[in-house]
Design a protein around this ligand. Structure first.
Ligand code: DAH
Length: 339
């Protein structure tokens, strides 16, 4: 029986075909139910038990080799007849599933688009930052209490390196590397050491805005933000600025918009207030300008920072922040708009 196996193996190895039909004939002859390999398997049932192990192994190898050979030959003649390629162009094509943009990307793109209409460019900075750009240059020295406002991811080997907690760090890069007038927004991911819940996450997205020129005033800030709010949430939207504190702005404010759902009447989204907070802003502190080698006697500017998740949740009435990061296709599929 070993000889028969050897012989058949030889036949398989030396077989050559010049078209698909010959390959099929070969497959039937060797591998079909009445083929030579099957015949040998039948014969195998009758051999002496002490030979079973060795012969069985050889037989299996033979079968695998035969299958391999058939596959190789089939592949060679696939879509080919007498060496010429034949394609059936009437066959229906494969449909490509069209995805949809992530809601955070949709809103980020919309923010970029709105500000680009009033002359803002887009700039980016690194997510792994040094202490200077994330804190110190932004008027937040090591012992400043404002550092407690943000639970920061530090790198244990090097306390100078942090995952940026705010896109305000990009302001510093831009001011260090370019000359006024500067008018730019910086969208990007930020990190904070927070427990994950419906309202907080350890990573989220912000857009920073910065405008530096001669004679930039708080009125310019207010007007730019009013324009943005109307474009984003509708023409009837009102804004309200409340005094606040940020180390890198003087004066500082937080901005509310009239609730886009109840139009200011009070509902469960705005918790009856009629207003919802959407961003922080202010006039760039002269100390920050000087830290970045910009003459604060000549130039002034405004800055603002908003969370993209927050804007998106308001726009689409999303109640749980975690949905943005779970990548559940049933959630993502609902955002069909393509921009
Ligand atoms: N960086 C602030 C934050 O993460 C947001 C912010 C507030 C940015 C005021 C600014 C600003 O540019 O002027 O909470």
């Amino acid at each position: 029986m070993k000889d028969k196996i050897e012989e058949l193996l030889n036949e398989i190895e030396t077989f050559a075909a010049d078209n698909r039909e010959r390959v099929e004939e070969f497959r039937i002859k060797i591998l079909s139910k009445k083929g030579k390999v099957t015949e040998l398997f039948d014969e195998f049932k009758t051999i002496a038990p002490e030979l079973r192990k060795e012969v069985g192994q050889k037989l299996n190898e033979l079968k695998n080799r035969a299958q391999e050979k058939v596959n190789e030959l089939k592949e060679k003649f696939e879509n080919k007849e007498n060496g010429k390629i034949v394609l059936d162009l009437t066959l229906p094509g494969e449909t490509i599933a069209v995805g949809s943009r992530h809601p955070l990307s949709l809103v980020r793109n919309q923010i970029i688009e709105i500000f680009s209409r009033i002359g803002f460019t887009v700039s980016e900075g690194p997510e792994i930052e040094d202490d200077w750009h994330n804190f110190t240059a932004l008027n937040t020295p090591p012992d400043h209490p404002a550092r407690d406002m943000q639970d920061t991811f530090y790198i244990s080997e090097n306390p100078d390196i942090v995952l940026r907690t705010q896109t305000s760090s990009v302001q510093v890069h831009i001011m260090e590397n370019s000359k006024p007038p500067i008018r730019t927004i910086s969208p990007g991911r930020v990190y904070r050491n927070e427990a994950i819940s419906a309202r907080a996450h350890c990573q989220f997205h912000q857009v920073e805005g910065l405008y530096i020129d001669k004679n930039v005033s708080f009125a310019d800030l207010k007007q730019a933000l009013l324009y943005f709010s109307k474009e984003m949430f509708g023409e009837e939207t009102k804004i309200r600025l409340r005094p606040s504190f940020f180390p890198f702005t003087e004066i500082s404010a937080e901005m509310d918009i009239s609730c886009p759902f109840c139009k200011g009447e009070g509902c469960n989204i705005c918790k009856g207030a009629g207003w919802v907070e959407i961003l922080g802003c202010g006039m760039v502190d002269p100390v920050v300008l000087e830290n970045c080698k910009i003459d604060s006697r000549v130039y002034s500017g405004f800055a603002f920072g908003m969370g993209i998740e927050r804007i998106t949740m308001l726009k689409y009435q999303i109640k749980d922040l975690r949905l943005f990061f779970e990548n559940d296709i049933r959630f993502l599929r609902q955002f069909k708009t393509v921009i």
